[in-house]
Design a protein around this ligand. Structure first.
Ligand SMILES: NC(=O)c1ccc[n+]([C@@H]2O[C@H](COP(=O)([O-])OP(=O)(O)OC[C@H]3O[C@@H](n4cnc5c(N)ncnc54)[C@H](O)[C@@H]3O)[C@@H](O)[C@H]2O)c1
Length: 244
C-alpha cells in the first residue's frame, strides 16, 4: 500500500516503522511544518492516509483526506465533539473512514470485557466502579480517549451511574475517572469495582507504541476497497456493540 502519514510525531514514526517492515511504501509525510502538503494527498498516489496529530487539527486533516477521496485511518483522540460531523461528511462523499481511540488489540478485548462486566456488576451495587488511566506527560487530552470509551460503555450498562467526572465526583450517581500523567508511560487503563471486602480489576498495560501502530496498519489494510465508517469492532468482530 502507498501510505500518507498525517502527523509525524511519536505515532507517525511508529506507524512508519511497522509499515516499512510490512513492505508498504510511505509516499507523503505531513507535519506541523508543512500543512500545505495536505493539498498534495491525491497527487501523491496515497491509497490511505494515517492521521495521528492533535485534538485541534484532526478534524480538518480528516476532512481534507475525505474531500480528496483518500481513505483515512485516524487514531487522534480528544475531538469526539466533531466525530458525527466527520461521519456525515464521509457518507456524503462516499468515502472511507476508520477511527479508533485505541488500536491496541488487547485494549479492544478489554472494551468487550468491560461491557460484559458492567452488565454483571450492575446487579451488585456494593461494588463501586471507577476507571483509572496513566499516560506520559506530553499527552494533550485527559482523560484519554480510551478511558472515555470505557466510561461511556460502562455507563450504558450501569444505570446507577448517570455520567462520568474527572478526578473527583459530585455525587453517588457519578462515575469517577482518574487520569495520571507520569514519565513516558505509553498507556495503562484500569476498570475497578471495589466493595468494603474486595476489589475486582480489569487492567491493560501497553509496553510500547508498537501495538497501536500494528493495529492501525491492520485497520488500513481492512479499509482497502471499502466505503463507509468503521471501527475496531468491524475489524475484530468481537461483537457489534463497540463504539470504536
Ligand atoms: N488510537 C491509538 O491507538 C493511539 C495511540 C497513541 C496515541 N494516540 C493519539 O494520537 C495522537 C498523536 O499522538 P502522538 O503520540 O503521535 O503525538 P505527537 O505529539 O508525538 O505527534 C503529533 C504530531 O502531529 C503534528 N501536527 C500538529 N499539527 C499538525 C497539522 N496541522 N498537520 C499535520 N501534523 C500536525 C505535530 O507536529 C506532531 O509531530 C494523540 O491524539 C494521541 O492521543 C492514539
Amino acid at each position: 500500500m502507498k501510505i500518507a502519514l498525517i502527523g509525524y510525531g511519536r505515532m507517525g514514526h511508529e506507524v512508519e516503522a511497522v509499515a516499512l517492515a510490512k513492505k508498504h511504501q510511505i509516499v507523503l509525510r505531513v507535519d506541523r511544518d508543512n500543512p500545505a502538503d495536505m493539498e498534495r494527498l491525491k497527487s501523491s498516489g496515497a491509497d490511505v492516509a494515517m492521521e495521528f496529530t492533535t485534538p485541534a487539527t484532526a478534524f480538518d486533516n480528516i476532512r481534507k483526506c475525505l474531500e480528496q477521496g483518500v481513505p483515512v485511518v485516524s487514531g487522534t483522540t480528544g475531538w469526539n465533539d466533531r466525530m458525527d460531523e466527520i461521519h456525515r461528511l464521509c457518507r456524503s462523499v462516499d468515502g472511507a473512514f476508520f477511527h479508533a481511540a485505541n488500536f491496541n488489540i488487547g485494549v479492544n478485548i478489554m472494551f468487550h470485557l468491560n461491557r460484559e462486566l458492567a452488565r454483571i456488576m450492575n446487579q451488585f451495587p456494593r461494588y463501586e466502579p471507577s476507571i483509572e488511566e496513566t499516560h506520559h506527560t506530553r499527552k494533550l487530552d485527559a482523560p484519554s480517549g480510551t478511558a472515555v470509551v470505557l466510561a461511556g460503555d460502562l455507563l450504558e450498562r450501569y444505570p446507577g451511574k448517570k455520567a462520568w467526572e474527572l478526578n473527583e465526583t459530585s455525587g453517588k450517581d457519578k462515575l469517577l475517572v482518574r487520569a495520571f500523567r507520569e514519565g513516558d508511560v505509553p498507556g495503562t487503563h484500569v476498570v475497578r469495582y471495589e466493595s468494603p471486602n474486595d476489589r475486582l480489576e480489569l487492567i491493560h498495560t501497553a509496553f510500547s507504541r508498537k501495538g497501536f501502530a500494528e493495529g492501525a496498519l491492520l485497520a488500513a489494510e481492512f479499509l482497502r476497497g471499502k466505503k463507509g465508517v468503521f471501527g475496531m469492532h468491524h475489524l475484530l468482530k468481537l461483537d457489534n456493540t463497540g463504539r470504536s
